[in-house]
Ligand binder design. Structure first.
Ligand code: PBG
Ligand code: ZN
Length: 315
């Protein structure tokens, strides 16, 4: 087939408008520390993050999602609740330098608590107390909103999370601030490298009480449908690559825009295989991205976003 005809009939395409790039903010200055399991991914101080945003915009990447590594962690994740905390400060610095950079914030406590769980623990300290966590999540969302975040992305999988956040945001006038819910989030070993970057591995136990069983398909769909009903503006399936069937299922079961999170372990695997010389890294990367779109994703959060931009620019 002729190349022009091939592109005329192509069903799925990629554009830089599809991507959100993750950044990890750490307190300090002049810090840019590469993560050994994720080559090309860094913990950065705020000044470096601002510089990075300039480079991202040159590449056509206009959306970022922020994660924070606070100086001090405690049992309730106080840094996340403070207007001078690492995330609030990063939002302000980025929006000041690049007002049209679209800043999404990950809303969770695992990077901010000393025990590494996604919220406040219950009295027995065995698992997260859902309702107490909803209260501090609402506070965290308002801190981000006041700092200038463009979209809030709650990732803790607490019950009733979207409804509670919508109510809190509306009550302080942020009626137009969108919520992107990590609506179908599996308890996955693919998050391993992220927990190195974000220094957020739980100090005991795991996240299985609030994240989903990878074996459950009906439950996966129901979780996203539930968040759609609670008012989420964008839904998400995470991880992405091992869950393409779920992406398609959620796409078919809802009409809300859908994001996928191409997580740290997926990135690390491709990087390692590319480095070992056993795959054509760039082609495998592009094929993986198109698979997400074909499965039904509108938006892709990916550590590969900068490399994808370079490939698309060359075409
Ligand atoms: C929670 C959060 C995690 C990821 C995104 N948000 C970690 C977790 O649930 O353990 C994982 C992303 C990745 O692996 O790239 N704040
Ligand atoms: Zn978490």
């Amino acid at each position: 087939m002729n190349a022009t005809l091939r592109s005329l009939v192509r069903e799925t395409t990629l554009s830089m408008d599809d991507f959100i790039y993750p950044l990890f903010a750490k307190s300090g200055e002049g810090i840019k520390k590469e993560i050994s399991s994720m080559p090309g991914v860094y913990q950065m101080s705020i000044d470096e993050i601002v510089k990075e945003c300039g480079k991202l915009q040159e590449l056509g990447i206009n959306s970022i999602i922020l994660f924070g590594i606070p100086e001090v962690k405690d049992s309730v994740g106080s840094d996340a609740l403070c207007e001078h905390g690492i995330i609030a400060s990063t939002i302000k610095a980025v929006k000041k330098a690049y007002p049209n950079m679209f800043v999404v914030t990950d809303l969770c406590f695992c990077e901010f608590t000393d025990h590494g769980h996604c919220g406040i623990l219950d009295i027995e300290h065995e698992s997260v107390n859902n309702d107490a966590t909803l209260e501090i999540l609402a506070k965290q969302a308002l801190v981000h909103a006041h700092a200038g975040a463009d979209m809030i992305a709650p990732s803790g999988m607490m019950d009733g999370m979207i409804e509670a956040l919508r109510e809190a945001l509306d009550s302080e006038g942020f009626v137009n601030l969108p919520i992107m819910s990590y609506s179908t989030k599996f308890a996955s070993a693919y998050y391993g490298p992220f927990r190195d970057v974000a220094e957020s591995a739980p100090s005991f136990g795991d996240r299985k009480t609030y994240q989903m069983d990878p074996a459950n398909r009906r439950e996966a769909i129901a979780e996203s449908v539930e968040d759609e009903m609670q008012g989420a503006d964008i839904l998400m399936v995470k991880p992405a690559l091992a869950y393409l069937d779920i992406i398609r299922d959620v796409r078919n079961a809802t009409s809300t825009p859908l994001c996928v999170y191409n997580v740290s372990g997926e990135y690390a695997m491709l990087k390692a295989a590319g480095k070992a010389g056993v795959i054509d890294y760039e082609r495998v990367m592009m094929e993986t991205m198109i698979a997400f779109k074909r499965a039904g994703a509108d938006i892709i959060i990916s550590y590969h976003a900068k490399e994808v931009a370079e490939v698309l620019r060359r075409r």
